[in-house]
Design a protein around this ligand. Sequence first.
Ligand code: ADP
Ligand code: MG
Length: 223
Amino acid sequence: MTLIELRDLTRSFPGPPEVQALKAVSLEVAAGDYLSITGPSGSGKSTMLNILGLLDRPTVGEYRIDGIVTGALSEDERAAVRAQRIGFVFQAFHLMPRRTVLENVMMPTLYSGVPRAEREQRARDALSRVGLGHRVGFLPTTLSGGERQRVAVARAVVSRPSILLADEPTGNLDQAMSREVLSLFDDLRGDGLTLIVITHDPAVAAHAERRIRIIDGRVSEES
Ligand code: ADP
Ligand code: MG
């Protein structure tokens, strides 16, 4: 089943000089796919992630998620699709330093209408899933980098999205911690999550099943 479909998508930033950060990109991603995206600095990776995450809109072309033509949606509708279907993980973790691990993971469900007890249970379940059930009451500052990124992953999946978008998720981690995060990605994928991971690290890219390259705004796939 096709989950994500980009068709002839271009994103230009007005200049001068105008920059075409993505040029006529077409890509189909099936539910359950695991993709890596690599490319030189300035090649369009973050622009791609922002569009996939509904944080930005293409200048030309179409982006469908689950058949939904996202260009036709209002900002509120886009925010709703984002909240229900997409989880984000970033290089710098972006955890709230004065909130406990549990509170951080509960945050995305704050306005979901789900009762607090249920939200807390879901957050505890997500933390158990990333192997941090014993850290719920800790502050993020007392955790290792690998543990912090696992908290961020728990936060990204607590709303049970179908897509996880990660921008350099191992960029701040040493090799052992990177392996922890990669093994966690394998688990999530086993549960049916669709993963799209931007990375500079060839070992991280090699872990994915489909490898996408972006060079100067143009996308190609390694076979
Ligand atoms: P990457 O993440 O691969 O390093 P980006 O997607 O951030 O690349 O950027 C791709 C190109 O688009 C670069 O030339 C960058 O300068 C340009 N660009 C990105 N965002 C903006 C913006 N908001 N305004 C103008 N130019 C931008
Ligand atoms: Mg970038």
